[in-house]
Write a protein that binds this ligand. Structure first.
Ligand code: ADP
Length: 494
């Protein structure tokens, strides 16, 4: 009952039923009209012939009993046919003589039907349809009543009638049409079910395949090679599964990377504590072990914080408190905060031009983005001749004013093949570059999340981060953000 197949078939039958019934009705009505027109034409012809006969009759003819059945004087053949009615009525309304399957009372009834709107004293010929109760049959007649004049004196009337449907065609036609309607609907029901079944077969295939995909793996595709709507549906479904597969894979990779990154510090802590507890150690040794544990702990704290930030960003839970801020101001603040780190890492950190750059943004997130970039520049280019330059400016683009902040270093640079993956989560060009486990507490560490967070922040502000790098010469990270056009807003980023 609830299947589309059944409903489609039912609608098909219903619509076809309505059309066929309407068509049959039209045929039936046409046939009735044709029969009536023919009956009227026949009656008029007979009345004319009778008129011709009555011209030769005289007053005595009507006093004569029994009256003869009139013959057409020109052809000599009988004016009446099987089933026809003819009656003479005198001016007083008495039936003088009648022929055909009617008696005097029937004739009165017919005359009554015809005379109902007429002036009986001066009638003109009238014609109508009537059903005289002849032989219990409900045959419809077309009847005519006309005055008879002999030498300008009215000697009476004649009532003449012939059946509308002498061959009894109408009942047969009606039965045929009803049978035809039912037969067509029966065939349509079977045809409709078959057709709907055929049309719905690809849907079954898709459903079955979708179930299999759900039960087994996401690498399966429907690959329905059709150019119609169902082909389009299957293609959309395939595209959705492909996106899901990528998302699941990313999720799986993310979990695997996160667990992997956490395993190393946990293993180090376990090893160091086991070793320290194995035998009695001096104070210096215990201090070293505690520093290692602290360093690993800090690494894990940083990583878990970054993971939480990313998870909140993915879940759309990060609300940016956007207001008009000067990007140069934020940049300077970040540089000042990281200056001691640069000194510690023997990096010469300097600032270039920092003109006023009003943008709509969340100060805290913008600072985090710039910190990640400047911190990366310091930690990857540390060394005697290492230099990191931070500058800002603005330019006009097709979409309006754009602010930029550039972080330039002369560090090791990034290989060209790694550039497309640089902003991927957990991506690191060279893991050994980032950190040596067991470093002193507070040393710079990373797991490859900083740039993806920075890129997310830039994009949430309607901008982006671009990178140019040449291995051995250094890297330039450039943040582009739209310049402010209006004042304070707060928006939910999803
Ligand atoms: P991490 O926490 O490892 O620094 P990021 O996402 O910040 O992670 O950076 C990803 C990788 O990009 C880093 O591991 C590093 O290899 C490379 N990288 C980032 N900034 C620089 C830079 N200024 N110079 C050279 N390599 C860089």
């Amino acid at each position: 009952m609830h299947s589309i197949r059944f409903r489609l078939a039912l609608w098909f039958v219903l619509i076809l039923g309505v059309v066929v019934t309407a068509f049959s009705g039209f045929i039936y009505i046409r046939q009735v009209r044709d029969l009536r027109a023919t009956a009227i034409a026949r009656l008029e012809l007979k009345a004319r012939r009778l008129g011709g006969f009555l011209r030769f009759a005289n007053r005595e003819y009507f006093q004569q009993t029994p009256l003869l059945l009139p013959n057409d004087p020109s052809s000599g053949i009988s004016i009446l046919q099987e089933g026809d009615i003819l009656a003479y009525i005198d001016p007083d309304g008495q039936v003088i003589k009648n022929w055909g399957p009617v008696d005097a009372s029937n004739v009165h009834q017919l005359a009554g039907v015809l005379l109902k709107d007429e002036d009986a004293s001066n009638p003109s010929p009238v014609m109508d349809y009537a059903r005289p109760s002849v032989d219990d049959s409900r045959t419809q007649y077309v009847v005519l009543l006309a005055p008879i004049f002999i030498n300008d004196t009215q000697v009476g009337f004649f009532v003449m009638g012939n059946p509308v449907d002498p061959g009894n065609q109408l009942p047969r036609l009606l039965i045929s049409l009803i049978l035809g309607v039912f037969l067509t609907m029966g065939v349509a029901l079977f045809g409709g079910v078959w057709l709907a079944d055929r049309a719905m077969r690809p849907v079954k295939t898709i459903t079955h395949a979708a179930q299999t995909i759900g039960e087994t793996d996401l690498s399966m595709r429907l690959n329905l090679d059709r150019k119609d709507e169902l082909g389009e549906l299957a293609y959309t479904f395939d595209a959705m599964i492909a996106r899901l597969e990528v998302a699941f894979e990313r999720q799986r990779q993310f979990t695997a990377d996160a667990s992997h990154e956490l395993r190393t510090p946990l293993t180090i802590i376990d090893l160091e504590t086991s070793r320290a507890l194995a035998s009695h150690r001096n104070q210096g040794e215990y201090e070293r072990v505690l520093k290692v544990i602290q360093s690993e702990n800090q690494f894990m704290i940083q990583m878990v914080t970054n993971l939480l930030t990313l998870a909140r960003m993915d879940a759309g839970q990060v609300v940016l408190q956007k207001q008009e801020v000067d990007l140069s101001d934020v940049t300077l603040e970040v540089v000042e905060r990281l200056a001691p780190l640069a000194v510690n890492e023997h990096v010469r950190l300097s600032v270039g031009d920092l003109p006023e750059l009003p943008i709509q943004g969340d100060r805290q997130y913008l600072a985090q983005m710039l910190s990640n970039l400047v911190e990366n520049a310091i930690k990857y280019s540390k060394g005697e001749a290492a230099r990191v330059q931070v500058e800002a400016g603005s330019r006009e683009t097709g979409k309006g004013g754009q602010a930029w902040v550039r972080v330039v270093d002369n560090g090791p640079g990034i290989p060209v093949e790694d550039l497309p993956h640089l902003f991927d989560r957990f991506f690191q060009v060279d893991k050994t570059r980032t950190r040596n486990h067991g470093d002193e507490a507070g040393s710079l560490t990373g797991v490859g999340l900083g740039l993806s967070i920075a890129q997310w922040i830039a994009q949430a502000h309607g901008g982006e981060i671009n990178v140019q790098s040449e291995p051995g010469k250094g890297s330039t990270f450039e943040v582009n953000l739209p310049l402010a056009a209006s004042s304070s807003t707060s928006s939910q980023v999803t």
